[in-house]
Design a protein around this ligand. Structure first.
Ligand code: ADP
Length: 404
């Protein structure tokens, strides 16, 4: 901004200088014309300057006798040429006997309607002879002569543009690297916990006396099984994401019954549901329920939504899964009574690695990839996903898909 303001200041200054120079040139040219007219009329020229500038583009010159308009035109033209004044102008002679102005070039005003023609200008002096010169578009003419300034301003704008662009890229990179760091921290944490549990359990199993207490043996074997299952799930999620990144998802679409897919996903999440004493109510009302989808990915989508609904709830989760038909589309709603999402976070939850900040608390496991996967998959199935949520009331995820 500082550079822009400085540049504007200097351009303005250069323009003012050019304008002053122009006015000075015009005044001196018109002064010379007046001298010539005094000479032709054989009268003594006045001691003060006969030229006066009435507005930025209107100059009047006092003479003391009638002037031939054609002669005036030639004189003014040659003086302007000498001084390299190239702006368009109109010359008019005021005749105090007829009290009217005769202008030579009316065409100028057809081109430039912004200024009134000289003949329409208010009279400067009723009781004397004078002639007036009016310029059109002085600004455009002067700007045309300021090539170097226009060039430097354009260069500066380009430099500023790249500077801002670079800053934005740096900020984006910084955010990405923070996200990546968070992801790695998060992942290490998620993998470390089941691994240490497995390590401790196997330590216990190494005890030779454990065979004498088969319940303990079974207990520790179950722990190892559950934790390795959890690890497998983590790996599966990261892989899901890696596959998406490489964009070789390779959907194998087939005609599938949405209700069957929902039953399958509910089945897959039954362990998590039992752990949390939750329940799922199914209100499957859609009659047209065949979609073209990839079985594995679409069950994953539903599973991710159900899994989140179970994970992000303080009380025992109660999920309602609904389906409805609407305009040759099917609507699938996954509603929960969980912790909900604030409106600021709602916009970002579909972003890669985004997790609603909970301070340093890792009470709910995840990588922030689930919803990103869900959104990408729904879009690959030509569908749409929307979410409504109220903190501490619950959330509803709505998927709309075309029916086969
Ligand atoms: P994560 O692996 O963290 O679960 P997701 O992409 O599935 O990643 O979810 C992103 C974030 O959105 C979560 O960290 C969570 O804060 C929030 N979220 C997702 N689903 C729900 C839900 N049903 N209720 C409340 N918050 C949710």
């Amino acid at each position: 901004m500082g550079i822009t303001v400085t540049q504007i200041y200097w351009v303005r200054k250069a323009f003012d200088l050019k304008e002053n120079q122009f006015n000075r040139d015009v005044k001196s040219a018109l002064g010379n014309v007046a001298d010539r007219i005094y000479e032709i009329n054989k009268t003594i020229s006045p001691s003060t300057s006969p030229v006066e500038q009435l507005t930025t583009n209107y100059f009047v010159v006092l003479v003391n006798g009638p002037v031939n308009a054609n002669l005036l035109d030639v004189l003014v033209g040659s003086e302007f040429e000498k001084r390299n004044i190239t702006a368009n102008y109109e010359v008019g002679v005021y005749d105090c006997e007829t009290q009217c102005m005769n202008a030579t070039d009316f065409n100028l005003h057809k081109k430039n309607k912004a200024t009134a023609s000289l003949v329409e200008m208010p009279t400067w002096k009723d009781d004397g002879y004078y002639f007036g010169v009016q310029f059109s578009s002085i600004e455009a003419n002067l700007i045309g002569q300021m090539g170097i300034w226009v060039y430097s301003s354009v260069v500066m704008l380009i430099v500023i543009f790249f500077f801002v662009y670079t800053l934005l890229v740096i900020l984006r990179q910084k955010r990405l690297s923070e996200i990546q760091k968070d992801f790695i921290n998060n992942m290490t944490h998620e993998f470390k916990t089941p691994l240490s549990t497995i390590a401790i359990s196997s330590e216990v199993l190494k005890d030779v006396n454990i065979v004498q207490t088969p319940e303990r043996l079974l207990n520790y074997a179950t722990i190892i099984q559950t934790e390795s299952h959890r690890l497998k799930q983590h790996v599966e999620r990261v892989l899901q994401y890696a596959r998406l990144e490489k964009s070789d998802v390779g959907l194998k679409k087939e005609k599938l019954d949405v209700h069957n897919l929902i039953h399958e996903a509910v089945q897959n999440s039954s362990v998590q549901l039992q752990e949390r004493n939750g329940k799922i109510t199914l209100l499957l009302e859609a009659t047209e329920k065949i979609i073209s989808a990839d079985r594995l990915h679409f069950t994953n989508v539903l599973f991710n939504l159900i899994d989140n609904a179970i994970k992000y709830s303080d009380s025992p989760p109660h999920l309602i899964i609904k389906t409805k038909n609407h305009d040759s589309r099917i609507l699938i709603e996954v509603q929960d009574n969980g912790i909900g999402i604030s409106s600021d976070n709602l916009k970002k939850i579909f972003n890669q690695f985004y997790r609603v900040p909970t301070g340093n608390l890792h009470d709910v496991k995840g990588f922030g990839l689930g919803l990103n996967y869900v959104k990408t998959m729904v879009e690959l199935h030509k569908g749409k996903i929307e979410v409504e949520s109220k903190p501490s009331v619950g959330s509803v995820f709505k998927i709309t898909l075309p029916i086969e």
